[in-house]
Unconditional design. Structure first.
Length: 315
């Protein structure tokens, strides 16, 4: 089993009468030390989801008063306090404690695992339900093709390999972020210098994303399957984004002078998405607020869903 430790825990609930923005949105407020934050996004029926993340080492004390923890964290943020003056919680507080992300051996003689049983990823990605349904699809396909794949075990081997290939980029991206958030790279030679460069890189990258609606859509598409992670984070694309950001903000260029070559977007399983499907996946709205800087990533609509088998109510 390959595992990646989780560095934070979550509590969340649904609220009514939480002032919504002019358009559907999802907003992330990151703490200055990078060890926690608040996610707020619109839900159905005029409700709003408020989710707080806290460091693992604070979970045992926080769970004793989950309601108080949730309220205290989000109400300490002035913009949220203003939006939530009339807000009232309409569901129990749900939460999840420390849970490592992992891959498990997912097949053997007479058995197979799908969904969280075989592969689990941090719910902050919102990928759990998608991966669960996709793994079930891959397994059913393996079963149907077992006679062509050197028997059932051969088909199951292909099932696990395909699942891992499709989910590994997001797994590695989240694992890298968790390690950076935990300060693991500070122990490396020139760790403090690398940390400062990483912070500057991240700030400039988010600013470049926020400045261009098309890039914003591509970035948000990472989290809904429209944009392959390798396409967005390839060195040529990142270099182009940072160069354009520097030209715009350091030298006053009115518009980007360079553009990265477009890449075809392919859905999981190697099937190219149709124009309509691809556009719908990109039309998501997000507003990032990190390290006190607001980055508006806007588009035509908002949809967010996170499913996890270990969420439970705290009363």
């Amino acid at each position: 089993m390959r595992a990646s430790p989780r560095r934070s825990c979550i509590f969340y609930a649904y609220y009514a009468d939480f002032a919504q923005l002019d358009e559907p949105s999802a907003m992330i407020y990151a703490s200055d030390d990078g060890r926690g934050g608040v996610l707020v996004f619109d839900a159905d029926s005029g409700l709003t989801v408020v989710s707080v993340g806290i460091p693992v080492d604070q979970f045992d004390s926080a769970r004793k008063d989950a309601e108080g923890t949730l309220e205290r964290v989000w109400r300490a943020i002035p913009p949220l306090m203003a939006r939530g003056q009339r807000a009232r919680r309409v569901t129990p507080v749900m939460g999840q404690g420390p849970q490592d992300s992992y891959y498990r051996q997912s097949y053997g003689p007479g058995w197979a695992l799908v969904g969280d049983a075989g592969h689990y990823i941090d719910p902050v990605t919102g990928q759990g339900i998608n991966y669960a349904l996709r793994s079930a699809e891959l397994l059913s396909r393996a079963w149907a093709l077992r006679k062509r794949r050197a028997g059932l075990l051969g088909a199951l081997t292909e099932y696990q390999q395909r699942r891992d290939e499709e989910t590994r980029p997001m797994f590695d991206l989240v694992a890298f972020g968790a390690r950076a958030q935990a300060g693991e790279f500070a122990t490396l030679p020139f760790g403090s210098v690398l940390g400062g460069l990483a912070l500057q890189f991240n700030t400039r990258l988010l600013r470049a994303i926020a400045d261009d609606p098309a890039i914003s859509s591509r970035y948000v598409g990472i989290f809904n399957g429209a944009t392959p992670i390798g396409d967005f984070y390839n060195p040529a694309n990142l270099a182009t984004l940072l160069l354009n950001d520097s030209l715009r903000h350091d030298f006053g260029a009115a518009a980007p002078l360079m553009s990265a070559p477009a890449r075809g977007r392919v859905r999981p399983g190697g099937r190219r998405a149709s124009g309509i499907q691809d556009t719908r996946r990109q039309l998501r709205s997000s507003c990032f607020i990190t390290q006190g800087t607001c980055h508006h990533l806007r588009s035509a609509g908002c949809s967010s869903i996170t499913t996890n088998t270990t969420l439970r109510a705290y009363r």
